[in-house]
Design a protein around this ligand. Structure first.
Ligand code: 5GP
Length: 194
């Protein structure tokens, strides 16, 4: 998505060879028009797949899952990050290891909102190590639902996330794929080449 690549070039701050800061327009202050366009583009790429639910993880996937859900005219669900899951709640849950925080936390969603009849598109802001998305893939599997694919806003293709998901047979659509980056320099994988 050329428009997104341009914004990353203009406003993205490359803090290191692995960390890109985009909080002026994507995941802290949010450009609402761009977020809606991202949702429309992800919906277009999965238009023929009869999706019934969009699934993301709090917090920074929410605006893109909502925009995609609006475009597909289906609900979205966001998995909650919790340390402990109360026994009284019927939830699907999976552990996610955060490499940035060096901790493992549980993500969970209520069993009321996902089941074998669902066809699910997972959406998130970044695909990096893939840990968060693999957690969501496991939740979809646990629910017995059909995983249609994963839609990411930004993929850091030099990290292992894509490989981990592909090993599980997951279709991935990323709107901006970064081949490499370092402070002052960023290279995208051309959309035509995807
Ligand atoms: P994972 O490593 O599990 O693929 O990514 C987990 C989460 O870390 C992403 O959903 C995203 O919120 C955050 N993240 C990963 N890499 C970056 C990055 O380079 N910049 C920002 N702003 N967030 C990132």
């Amino acid at each position: 998505m050329k428009l997104l690549q341009e914004r990353i070039r203009q406003e993205g701050l490359i803090l290191s060879d692995t960390v890109l800061k985009v909080d002026s327009f994507l995941n802290h202050q949010v450009d609402t028009k761009l977020a809606l366009e991202i949702g429309q583009e992800l919906a277009r790429r999965f238009a023929d797949r009869r999706i019934t639910k969009v699934l993301t993880i709090e917090a920074s996937g929410i605006q893109f899952a909502m925009a995609t859900g609006i475009a597909l005219e289906v609900p979205f669900i966001y998995a909650k990050k919790k340390k402990a899951v109360t026994l009284s709640e019927q939830v699907y849950s999976a552990p996610v290891h955060s490499f940035t925080r060096q901790e493992t936390y549980q993500v969970s969603i209520s069993q009321k909102y996902l089941g074998p009849e669902d066809r699910v598109l997972i959406v998130d802001d970044f695909l990096a190590t893939g840990a968060a998305l693999v957690g969501l893939v496991d939740i979809v599997k646990e629910a017995g639902a059909e995983l249609v694919g994963v839609g990411c806003v930004i993929e850091k293709s030099f990290q292992q996330g894509r490989g981990l998901l592909e090993d599980r047979g997951v279709r991935i659509e990323s709107l901006a794929r970064i081949a490499s980056m370092s402070p002052g320099e960023i290279h995208f994988i051309d959309e035509e080449g995807q």
